[in-house]
Design a protein around this ligand. Structure first.
Ligand code: NAD
Ligand code: UGA
Length: 466
């Protein structure tokens, strides 16, 4: 089957980079990325390549090469659907906030709306590819929507979950450990799988392209994220044991990770994992276990999220202990707002939860991040206050205690405590003498990322790590 046009619904952190790489590797295919968010599409089409909405090392250069050649960003969803043989779905699937399964199950509204749009506009057979992370058996629901609204054409639904990590997305897309494609075990299903394989084959070695049934592919994505997050919660739980016993968590992590059966990846202790997916996907797995009558399994995975919440609280307690629980006359500098280095994404960042707790204890906050815009930081904090049901007056009073800086040294001036929340490389080589000169007692540096080495610190500074 010859593929000439593909499109992707959803121009976010997955849709943008993934389609850019497909366009780069398959110059004979026209790739259109569509989104209902006009501002986002405008930003993807911006003349200034620094304005594209996703910051990802290497992405800007690819966009420069392929945008307008065979990669297009548009809000014309109808046209994109009409002309494409393959339609990827990379829409967001957040945790449900209301209705059945609220707080745990994935909200599939965006996926279902996309299916309705495809059914409305399809004028030929289509292959639909689930790129979004979805609960097991979503493909069945999608097929139902497609076929009940449009019986003229054949729709094949494939599951092709995305495994890229933000900050290394381009590297991950170029050298994927595996590409997973789940399809129906029918001649039409096989044809659809092979059509998608023909795209990935352009740059991924065939032995890394795994085929499976649709349900296995959907579950493998949730399972992969759950296993990765489980390692982080495991090492973070041990960091609490280290704090009580005098063992050193970095030494423990190194020793454990040296066992080739365990491996050393995802054993970096931290202030807790963030990002839009780990918590959402584990809660989704927990919900799936509950509705399938597996309460022990649900509880097992739920604990991974609970330890993550505990680790954030433990971090705040390290500061509170030094101030006897009252932060009302102190200013704390928070370095890093994104949930990890090399991304401008702050969704579910530990910094959001930590600032909420510090503000609740009366602290003033100075915040610096090299990539997350000041308005986004303010919005993230304001959203936590809205969730606490605070009125406008109370919210603006609390927000008046937050200052956001473009200069890291100004951010660290006249503060008593500096908390390192993201592992941005620039935090490794700060002029600590300069910082100390402008700091107040107790000159506390609380490192949530283990990136500050004690031997670089001047004498007055007191370093503690999570
Ligand atoms: P995102 O929020 O960055 O982007 C999703 C986009 O979809 C938004 O721009 C939104 O406007 C658009 N959208 C939603 N409904 C639409 C509709 N009906 N029509 C047109 N546009 C619509 O989300 P993301 O981070 O790219 O994640 C997308 C999916 O991929 C999620 O399911 C996520 O779990 C999964 N995933 C994310 C990552 C990651 O690193 N962010 C990695 C792997 C998988
Ligand atoms: C993660 C997975 O790594 C991807 O494979 C997956 O595709 C993606 O989720 C998704 O489904 O969205 P991402 O969240 O972008 O990718 O980034 P990670 O590198 O996994 O880091 C997640 C969080 O864990 C970050 O806050 C990071 O700082 C933290 N982390 C990571 C640790 O605290 N310790 C570690 O050892 C590793």
């Amino acid at each position: 089957m010859k593929i000439s046009n593909i499109c992707c619904i959803g121009a976010g952190y997955v849709g943008g980079p993934t389609m850019a790489v497909i366009a780069l590797k398959c110059p004979e295919i026209n790739v259109t990325v569509v989104d209902k968010n006009e501002d986002k599409i405008k930003a993807w089409n911006s003349h200034d390549y620094n304005e594209i909405p996703v910051f990802e090392p290497g992405l800007k250069e690819i966009i420069q090469e392929v945008r307008g050649r065979n990669l297009f960003f548009s809000t014309d969803i109808k046209l994109a659907i009409e002309k494409s043989e393959i339609i990827f779905l990379a829409v967001n699937t957040p945790t449900k906030t209301k209705g059945k399964g609220a707080g745990m199950a994935a909200d599939l509204t965006n996926i279902e709306n996309s299916a309705r749009e495809i059914a409305n506009f399809a004028n030929s057979d289509k292959i639909i590819v689930e790129k979004s992370t979805l609960p097991v058996r979503t493909a069945e629901k999608l097929k139902e929507i497609l076929e009940s609204s449009n019986s003229n054409y054949n729709f094949q639904v494939l599951s092709n979950p995305e495994f890229l990590a933000e900050g290394t997305a381009i590297k991950d897309l170029f050298n994927s450990d595996r590409v997973l494609i789940g399809g129906e075990d029918t001649p039409e299903g096989e044809k659809a799988v092979n059509a998608l394989v023909s795209i990935y084959k352009k740059w991924i070695p065939e032995q890394k392209i795994l085929k499976s049934n649709v349900w296995s592919a959907e579950l493998s994505k949730l399972a992969s994220n759950a296993m990765l997050a489980q390692r982080i919660s495991s090492i973070n739980s041990l960091s609490a044991v280290c704090a009580k016993t005098g063992a050193n968590i970095l030494e423990v992590s190194r020793a454990v990770g040296a066992d080739s059966r365990i491996g050393n990846k995802f054993l970096q202790p931290s202030v807790g994992f963030g990002g839009s997916c780990f918590q959402k996907d584990i809660l989704n797995l927990v919900y799936l276990s509950i509705i399938n009558g597996l309460p022990e399994v649900a509880e097992y995975w739920h604990q991974v999220v609970k330890i993550n919440n505990y680790q954030r609280k433990r971090f705040v307690n390290l500061i509170l202990e030094k101030f006897e629980g009252n932060l009302s006359s102190t200013t704390i500098s928070l370095l890093g707002w994104s949930y990890k280095k090399n991304t401008n994404d702050s969704r579910e960042s530990a910094s959001i939860y930590i600032s909420e707790m510090l503000l609740d204890k009366g602290a003033n906050l100075n915040i610096y991040d090299p990539k997350v815009p000041a308005e986004k930081i303010k919005l993230d904090i304001e959203n936590t206050l809205i969730l606490q049901d605070l009125n406008t007056k109370d919210r603006s009073q609390i927000l008046s205690r937050v200052k956001i800086f473009n200069d890291i040294y100004e951010c660290c001036s006249n503060v008593s405590t500096i908390a390192i929340l993201t592992e941005w490389i620039e935090f490794k080589n700060l002029n600590w003498q300069l910082i100390e000169n402008n700091m107040n007692a107790p000159y506390l540096i609380v490192d949530g990322r283990f990136i500050i080495s004690e031997d670089k610190l001047s004498s007055k500074l007191n370093l503690i790590s999570i």
